[in-house]
Design a protein around this ligand. Structure first.
Ligand code: FEO
Length: 404
């Protein structure tokens, strides 16, 4: 891996992670993820963000540095925009290689350096508007951006190159390979990263959308030429594209999103599935786009992504032992944690000897601010009348989306 020059004295370093491990221990990354760090060199040198020791990431970073005749020991400062261990896990080893580099973070970040890594010296807390003069015309400034993604998060701004180092903000899943800049990827590759940025946003950032919007508003007066996140593409041709995309994602929190219906369904013996097919016929009749995810077969990461981007949901699950089908309970728990609010929702499902999903479901969605259509339940396999009613209910939901 080689360092990529953003501007004179400003380099992107990155490590590509390819692993069966789950990101944050929850989210699959079948196409990998990049951990980006940055070097800014004036008379003194600063390293912005780090990596964790994960599938050889420190070695990859070391190779990037060597490609521009740098090494970890060359840095006077290590700036930690965000303390989550994907960006800091290798901190103690870095400190051993370079005991002199001052570690810079917000006060909350410094507290995490102490609690996570038991490092007590060579620390500097910075706040909004503070600057770090590297000499040679390179002055970095710090912008607090709490809760994008953790409370201690900040952004770093290099006015000399117009580069905003944003850590998790504007990031995506997906490994980069040898290219890092937006102008180096073709349309298909951009489509891939767009989907992976949405999945990343839904999985990691969605519950902090109000803070994302606030951080973007806070930086909109800056003459940003390059958006340099710590995961995914570095945007130098069209930084407005990823900023606009994140504003769009943030606007979906709590309200209407795309005119799409996410059909999320589980079935034990095909009885609920028959109902799902009928609902889908109704949706198709109205010509509204929809996506389907079967649970638990499909991972929650993609289920969440579909739900986040959709204005409406169909949730289909049978009653299981007097309560909801357990995989749907997990889905709804994640929806609650990730603030999947303000959706139009149709719930359907079959029951065997007795119902029970309804009560369980209603308790689970109590605080989600959903607009619920009348639900549809039936014993065993749906009758012709049930199927007709289900199709009509699907069409009704689709019309609400179409006209919403
Ligand atoms: Fe990429 Fe919240 O860490």
């Amino acid at each position: 891996m080689k360092a990529q020059s953003i501007f004179e004295g400003v380099f992107c370093l990155h490590a590509d992670i390819h692993t069966a491990d789950l990101f944050e221990g929850i989210w699959p990354i079948p196409k990998g993820v990049s951990l980006n760090a940055y070097a800014v060199k004036g008379e003194k040198a600063a390293l912005i963000d780090l990596v964790r020791d994960w599938t050889g990431a420190p070695k990859q970073l070391e190779e990037c540095l060597a490609s521009v005749n740098l090494s970890f020991s060359n840095f006077d400062y290590l700036i930690l925009n965000h303390l989550e261990p994907d960006h800091t896990g290798w901190l103690r080893e870095f400190r051993e290689k370079n005991p002199n580099a001052e570690i810079i973070a917000t006060q909350k970040g410094i507290n995490l350096v102490k609690s996570f890594y038991k490092i007590e010296t060579g620390l500097r807390a910075v706040k909004d508007g503070d600057t770090l003069d590297l000499g040679g015309g390179k002055v970095l400034s710090f912008i607090e951006a709490p809760n994008v993604h953790w409370p201690e998060t900040m952004l770093t701004w290099d006015a000399s190159s117009g580069t905003l180092f944003t850590c998790d903000a504007f990031g995506s899943f997906g490994a980069l390979g040898e290219r890092v800049f937006d102008d180096e990827f073709n349309d298909d590759e951009h489509a891939f990263f767009e989907e992976e940025s949405l999945r990343y946003y839904a999985d990691i950032i969605s519950s902090f959308s109000a803070f994302v919007e606030k951080a973007i508003r806070k930086t909109e007066s800056l003459p940003v030429r390059v958006v340099a996140p710590s995961h995914g593409i570095v945007w130098r041709r069209d930084p407005g594209k990823i900023i606009g995309r994140y504003l769009k994602y943030a606007s979906w929190a709590g309200g209407p999103a795309e005119k799409n219906i996410a059909v999320i369904w589980g079935s034990m013996y095909g009885n609920t599935e028959a109902g799902v097919r009928a609902v889908v016929r109704g949706i198709e009749r109205e010509g509204v786009p929809y996506t389907m995810r079967k649970i638990p077969d499909e991972n929650i990461s993609w289920v969440l992504m579909d739900a986040y981007r959709s204005s409406a949901l169909v949730l289909a699950m049978p009653t299981y032992e007097y309560a909801m089908f357990p995989p749907m309970s997990y889905v709804l728990d994640i929806f609650r944690r990730k603030h999947i609010y303000g959706k139009k929702v149709l719930r359907i499902g079959s029951w065997g000897w007795v119902g029970g999903a309804k009560k369980d479901y209603e308790a689970a969605i109590a605080n989600l601010k959903w607009e619920s259509l009348e639900s549809c339940e039936w014993p065993g396999f749906p009758t012709e009348a049930d199927l007709k009613a289900l199709e009509e209910r699907g069409a009704e939901l689709a019309r609400l989306v179409k006209n919403g």
